[in-house]
Design a protein around this ligand. Structure first.
Ligand code: AMP
Length: 187
């Protein structure tokens, strides 16, 4: 099964992708995690991505598209994967369509996590205190929410037209949200 978890920063996509992995053995592919690892290791990719990430801007499409194209062809993705934080722009979504067509696979569902802005800010500030992510500061959080509205929200209609969009309200306990995800994807 191939899934996309779509939603603003702090919507719980990563947490739910990890639960999905434990339950169904379907790998989580988080472009944010891959980029953070590259920044941590100081690779060329990391050096290229860091300034965008710290400001809460998107890393250029060509960079993240290249990452995804490679990653989804690795053997552990054969059984399926959850894309967490990709695509984030229409250009990325179109590139993904091309990659999937080439590989002869399809997206089954796009799960859209809806969470009110006030709740997102509260969660992200909480995560900043716990995990110390350098982009979980008030300035970057504000920018990331705006970037989501400008660049990523248009994907909702993009996938609605393809009839694979499922909505869930991403509030409540982690288990409650996991049950909602299970209900809409049927797994
Ligand atoms: P995330 O962990 O998904 O919130 O991503 C953290 C940061 O990584 C984002 O604010 C972007 O700077 C960058 N990033 C992650 N995924 C993407 C993507 N699909 N396109 C562009 N930038 C991304």
């Amino acid at each position: 099964m191939q899934l996309i978890f779509l939603g603003p920063p702090g919507a719980g996509k990563g947490t739910q992708a990890k639960i999905f992995l434990e339950r169904a053995g379907i790998v989580q592919i988080s472009t944010g995690d891959i980029l953070r690892e590259a920044v941590g290791k100081g690779t060329d990719l990391g050096k290229q991505a860091k300034s965008f990430m710290d400001k809460g801007e998107l890393v250029p499409d060509s960079v993240v598209i290249g990452i995804i194209e490679q990653r989804i062809q690795e053997p552990d993705c054969k059984k399926g994967f959850v894309l967490d934080g990709f695509p984030r722009t229409i250009e990325q979504a179109k590139a993904l369509d091309g990659i999937l067509a080439k590989l002869g696979i399809q997206m089954d569902h796009v799960v859209n996590f809806e969470v009110p802005d006030e709740e997102l800010v509260k969660r992200l500030l909480g995560r900043a205190a716990q995990e110390g992510r350098s982009d979980d500061n008030p300035e970057s959080i504000k920018n990331r929410l705006q970037v989501f509205k400008d660049k990523t929200q248009p994907l909702i209609s993009y996938y609605e037209e393809k009839k694979i969009l499922r909505h869930i309200v991403g509030t409540g306990s982690t288990t409650e949200i996991a049950d909602k995800v299970k209900a809409v994807v049927g797994a």
